[in-house]
Design a protein around this ligand. Structure first.
Ligand SMILES: Nc1ncnc2c1ncn2[C@@H]1O[C@H](COP(=O)(O)OP(=O)(O)OP(=O)(O)O)[C@@H](O)[C@H]1O
Length: 263
């Protein structure tokens, strides 16, 4: 732990060039000032196109800011992220197929990061770490899943493999971009429960990107509402979603399919 926030953005902006030659550039993020504290579950909510994924990808280094400053543990991040950062900050995407290789077994995919980062003194130790992470993520006993391919698993199990492949590296932060939107409604709460538990037991900070204000309300301590690339409102979840001040936040809450429930 440091005294610095895990991540901090100051005046962060991301502009994409227009898709066609005649198209105007898209200002996906404008002047975003946010703080994500170590150990915190921070929600990023907003409608489709509000810039949520762009912000998540910019934090991980998949996209470079066009302007502004991005700090990690108080240090400015520029250019290619180093190996330590890539180990400490992991992403979980909406569609586990996007993250998994269909031609490789579950065990080899959970092991892959350990090989890349040179973790574990021997193959045996790496296998033990992978088995522990899989079982920690609800894939127990691990040998039941180890030799299977992604298509042989359910959507929820695939997402657990993705989470296990991140957790095995001992990350500080998980950036979860709509992690349950592609899953069957009946198993969403199990995967959300796993993420909440990882935060509680391992102290992993969570950034929870969602268009679903109800989920943010249930899971997050603080929430930032993004509207057309800008932060409309930001603060404690109770305050932002319980007594919204910005008309856009009220609109999002009014459009929620069920009244949000605080967990
Ligand atoms: N690679 C790209 N090139 C050009 N424009 C892009 C690119 N990626 C995203 N955009 C545009 O940037 C804006 C923000 O997109 P982003 O995907 O970050 O929003 P989002 O809130 O995550 O939306 P969704 O919930 O639909 O994923 C949108 O107008 C989108 O069309």
């Amino acid at each position: 732990m440091t005294d610095h926030p895990l991540f901090e953005t100051r005046g962060l902006g991301v502009t994409y060039p227009g898709r066609g030659r005649r198209d105007a550039p898209v200002h996906a993020l404008r002047e975003v000032d946010l703080t994500w504290a170590e150990g915190e579950v921070l929600g990023l909510v907003g409608a489709s196109g509000s810039g949520k994924s762009t912000l998540g990808r910019t934090l991980t280094g998949l996209r470079e800011p066009s302007h502004g400053t991005l700090l990690f543990g108080g240090e400015e991040l520029t250019g290619r992220r180093d190996r330590t950062f890539r180990r400490q900050v992991q992403m979980v995407f909406q569609d586990p197929y996007q993250s998994l290789n269909p031609r490789r077994t579950v065990g080899s995919q959970v092991m892959e990061g350990l090989d890349i980062h040179g973790i574990g003194a021997s193959e045996e130790e790496r296998v033990t770490l992978a088995v522990t992470a899989m079982e920690r993520c609800g894939l127990a006993p691990a040998d039941r899943y180890w030799h299977r391919y992604p298509h042989e698993l359910s959507g929820g199990q695939r997402q657990r493999v993705v989470i296990a492949a991140a957790v095995v590296l001992g990350p500080r932060a998980l950036i979860c971009d709509e992690p349950v939107s592609a899953l069957d409604v009946s198993i969403r709460s199990q995967v959300l429960g796993l993420l909440a538990e990882l935060r509680r037991t391992e102290g992993i900070s969570l950034l929870f990107i969602t268009h679903d204000v109800g989920l943010a309300w249930a899971l997050c301590e603080r929430v930032a509402v993004l509207h057309q690339g800008s932060v409309a409102e930001y603060g404690d979840t109770e305050q932002v979603l319980g007594s919204p001040r910005h008309p856009y936040t009220r609109e999002l809450l009014a459009a929620a399919p069920a009244p949000p429930v605080r967990r």
